[in-house]
Design a protein. Structure first.
Ligand code: GAR
Length: 202
């Protein structure tokens, strides 16, 4: 059976992309193939990870298009050109509109660094999420992998894992613990689950 072709959308360091690359190398994503990395920013270290691992990559900058619609149409064109079946948002910091998400129903997944529905939605990304969790004083946080629909962080949850907050945590320390104990473990597992389901539908 053909493997599900996956595009990973990134904006920054790409440690979640690295977790996917490592999992694929260990044979833990047998149903999928990391076929493309798409970045909104040419400085993203994630692009270096793609090059080092022979994954084709492309940079598409929102500001080079007159509208969100024009930008999304170009992204869709690139995905069609490369026969991409599934998209993983791995630290991708732009919000995609319904025009885009409705073109890939149950085919886009996102990793979010909290237990949704806490600390999610517009404005909650990266370190801000951990700052908000610490400010609130929750004792447990975690990560969520979910399907992406038109509601930011509002799609069906696929996997979730809790992580304890410890005395003296800073947003940076907490971010690292959530990545190590939850995100990097959950994301490859969720990707295999979704890739496997799509493979059957092919
Ligand atoms: C990760 O913690 C990811 O969960 C988060 O950004 C970080 C990206 O790190 N994503 C969001 O906040 C999305 N709302 P990475 O580039 O090293 O994978």
């Amino acid at each position: 059976m053909l493997r599900t072709k996956i595009a990973v959308f990134v904006s920054g360091g790409g440690t979640n992309l690295q977790a996917l690359i490592d999992a694929e190398k260990r044979g833990e994503i047998p149903s999928g193939e990391l076929a493309l990395v798409l970045s909104g920013n040419e400085e993203a270290y994630a692009l270096t990870r793609a090059v080092e691992n022979n994954i084709p990559s492309v940079v598409v900058k929102r500001k080079e298009f007159p509208s969100q619609l024009a930008y999304e149409e170009e992204v869709k064109r690139i995905l069609r050109e490369r026969d991409i079946d599934m998209i993983v948002l791995a630290g991708f910091m732009s919000i995609l509109s319904e025009n885009f998400t409705s073109a890939y129903p149950k085919r886009i997944v996102n990793v979010h660094p909290s237990l949704i529905p806490s600390f999610c939605g517009k404005g909650f990304y990266g370190l801000h999420v951990h700052e908000a969790a610490l400010d609130y004083g929750v004792k447990v946080t975690g990560a969520t992998v979910h399907y992406v629909n038109e509601i930011p962080d509002g799609g069906e949850i696929i996997l979730q894992k809790a992580v304890e907050i410890q005395e003296g945590d800073t947003p940076e320390i907490l971010q690292k613990r959530v990545m190590e104990q939850a995100e990097w473990i959950l994301l490859p597992k969720a990707v295999e689950i979704v890739a496997k389901g799509l493979q059957k539908g092919k």
